[in-house]
Design a protein. Structure first.
Length: 430
C-alpha cells in the first residue's frame, strides 16, 4: 500500500534470496537457476552485512505493525540454521515497539531435520514446502542433481514439520503433467498430507536460454490455458461443497477477494504492482522475483536506502505498467475487477483482434472465474452479512437434493430465516 500523497509506501514485501539462484535440486521447470549467470564470480552466500541491512531497512521502512521477513531462493536451507538464528537476533534488536514480525521460509525440504524444525517452531516461522502432488507426479520434474526423484525426502520433511508443530503450507507447481490430475493432487494434500493451506502456481515457462521474460513460445512442461482452467474448476467444485473453512486454497481466497471488491490481497490480481521486490544475496534489488534481470535492476541496498529504491520513479513506472498496458480486450472484460490481467510476466500473447499483451492463461482464468461466479457471490454476500463463508456448503448441498435451484421467495437453505433472494441468493456485482 502506498501513502495517499504518493511518497514512500506504508508497507512493501521483500523476497530475500540468501543463496541467490543456488539450489541443491535440478527441477526441470525452474526459471531461477538460470539467474546464476548474473553473478558469475559469486559464492552465492549472503553476508551478515547484507542480511543485517535487509532486516534493519525493512523494519525501518514499514509504517504498519505487521512486517514480513521473507526468505526464498534458490534454496535458503543451504545457508544453514545458524545464519537464520543470527537473523532472528538482528530482528529483535531492530524491531520497534509494537512491531509484529513474521518470518516466511520457502524450501524444497531436502535438508530439513529435527534441528531445522525445532528452530522454525521456536521462532514462529511460516514454512512453504514445495511439492507437486503424489510421488508419480512430483518426481516427473522435481529431481536432484543426480536425476533422482525427491518425493520421499519431501514427504519426510512434511512429516517432520507436523511432528514439531511447525505451521506450513504447500506450494504446488502446476505443469502440463499434474494439471491432468486435479483431484488426485488436491486429495493427496488434503487427506494424506493433512495440509491446511495449499497454493497452486501455474508453470508458464518461456522457451529461451536466459530465464528472462522474453519470447512468446512456452515449453512442453508449461500448463496449457484450458488445462489450468479445468484444474481450478475441478478442485473448486469439491472444495466449495465440503472444504470451505477447513482447507484453505489460497487461489480461491485471492479470487474471493475480487468479489468483495478487495482485489489486491495478492499482487497477481491487484490493479497495479511494484510493492513486491526481490533482494539478491549481494544486496542488489530487482523490481520483482519474476523480473530479476538487468532491465529491472533498481540498485543495491548497501549504497541506496531500500525505501528509496522501492519508491523510485523506475519502480513506480514498473508497477503502473500493469494497469496502463492492459489491452482493450481486458479493459472491456466483465471479469477485470477480479483478474486485473493477472501477472505481467504472463502477458505475451495477442488478443482475438490482434492486440499485444494478453495473458497467456486468460482462457483458463475466464473459464474458472465464470464457473465460480455464483458460489463466489454467495460467499461474498455471506461475509458482507458478518457470517461465515462456509455457510455456502449447506446451501449448495440443499440445492442438490431437490430438482432445480431454490426459488427466490423460498426460505434460504442456510437457515437464516430470510428468503433466498435476500440471503445467499442475493445478486451482488464483484
Amino acid at each position: 500500500m502506498r501513502r495517499p500523497d504518493g511518497e514512500a509506501p506504508l508497507a512493501f514485501h521483500i523476497m530475500a534470496k540468501p543463496t541467490g539462484a543456488r539450489c541443491n535440486l535440478d527441477c526441470a521447470y525452474c526459471f531461477f537457476r538460470k539467474k546464476e549467470g548474473l553473478y558469475p564470480e559469486s559464492n552465492f552466500r549472503m553476508t551478515d552485512t547484507v542480511m543485517e541491512e535487509y532486516i534493519r531497512q525493512t523494519l525501518a521502512g514499514h509504517h504498519v505493525p505487521p512486517v514480513t521477513i521473507a526468505w526464498q531462493g534458490g534454496e535458503p536451507t543451504l545457508m544453514g540454521p545458524e545464519f537464520f538464528r543470527r537473523a532472528v537476533e538482528v530482528q529483535k534488536k531492530c524491531a520497534r515497539p509494537g512491531t509484529r514480525i513474521e518470518n516466511t521460509f520457502q524450501t524444497n525440504g531436502i535438508l530439513l531435520d529435527d534441528e531445522w524444525c525445532r528452530f522454525f517452531h521456536d521462532n514462529n516461522f511460516l514454512v512453504g514446502l514445495s511439492m507437486d502432488g503424489p510421488g508419480h507426479l512430483h518426481d516427473v520434474y522435481r529431481r536432484d542433481r543426480r536425476g533422482r526423484g525427491t518425493f520421499d525426502r519431501v514427504l519426510k520433511a512434511a512429516r517432520l514439520l507436523r511432528k514439531h508443530h511447525v505451521e506450513f503450507n504447500i506450494l504446488c507447481a502446476v505443469t502440463g503433467t499434474n494439471a491432468d490430475h486435479p483431484l488426485e493432487v488436491y486429495r493427496f494434500f488434503r487427506d494424506e498430507l493433512g495440509a491446511p493451506y495449499i497454493q497452486f502456481i501455474p508453470i508458464v515457462e518461456r522457451e529461451n536460454e536466459t530465464g528472462f521474460q522474453e519470447g512468446n513460445t512456452v515449453t512442453d512442461r508449461s500448463v496449457r490455458p484450458e488445462q489450468w482452467g479445468r484444474f481450478l474448476i475441478e478442485i473448486f467444485d469439491e472444495w466449495v461443497r465440503r472444504d470451505v473453512g477447513r482447507t484453505f486454497v489460497l487461489n480461491f481466497d485471492w479470487a474471493l477477494a475480487g468479489w468483495l471488491n478487495m482485489a489486491g490481497t495478492v499482487c497477481i490480481f491487484a490493479p497495479t504492482c511494484g510493492l513486491g521486490v526481490a533482494l539478491e544475496h549481494t544486496g542488489d534489488l530487482y523490481s520483482c522475483d519474476h523480473f530479476v534481470e538487468p532491465d529491472h535492476f533498481l540498485g543495491n541496498i548497501l549504497t541506496t536506502p531500500l525505501v528509496e529504491l522501492v519508491s523510485s520513479q523506475k519502480q513506480r513506472r514498473f508497477g503502473a505498467a500493469k494497469r496502463d498496458t492492459l489491452p482493450r480486450y481486458c479493459r472491456a472484460c466483465a471479469l477485470l475487477p477480479v483478474c486485473n490481467g493477472e501477472c505481467p510476466k504472463n502477458r505475451f500473447i495477442e488478443t482475438p483482434d490482434g492486440e499485444a499483451g494478453l495473458n497467456y492463461l486468460c482462457e483458463g482464468y475466464k473459464a474458472f472465474f465464470s464457473h465460480a461466479d455464483r458460489p463466489m457471490r454467495m460467499m461474498a454476500d455471506l461475509l458482507r452479512q458478518g457470517r461465515c463463508a462456509d455457510e455456502v456448503m449447506p446451501v449448495l448441498a440443499a440445492e442438490r437434493k431437490v430438482p432445480g435451484r431454490v426459488g427466490r421467495n423460498e426460505p434460504c437453505p442456510c437457515g437464516s430465516g430470510l428468503k433466498y433472494r435476500k440471503c445467499c441468493g442475493r445478486q451482488t456485482a464483484p
